[in-house]
Design a protein around this ligand. Sequence first.
Ligand code: AMP
Length: 112
Amino acid sequence: MDCIFCKIIAGEIPSSKVYEDEHVLAFKDINPQAPVHVLVIPKTHIESVDKLDATNADIAAKVLAAVPAVARQSGLTEGYRVITNVGKHGCQSVFHLHFHVLGGKQLPAEMS
Ligand code: AMP
């Protein structure tokens, strides 16, 4: 499977790792949109939130449950934003489920 995040999990492509456990990997986004911009991903390949159902929701839960540890490790004591893009209209560019964790400054309230 030609998935860049699966290659990062396999160690075939380098990443700046922030957090790892049995099911989850978190690493710095290569093109940060905020002072802290970390991607939190499952080690199992799932395309996006749109492919979640009762058979794999536990994987997504493990990814989300890792977010507080990622935030703590990244010094996000004043809060942060968690975003996941889905498909074309959502501007998803990597088709392996991931949650962006953004922070380190006051983020704008509005959505474009
Ligand atoms: P999305 O557009 O929501 O699918 O997010 C994909 C994110 O992956 C973008 O913010 C990219 O900057 C990031 N990205 C792509 N390739 C890499 C990489 N090799 N290492 C770290 N982040 C990456």
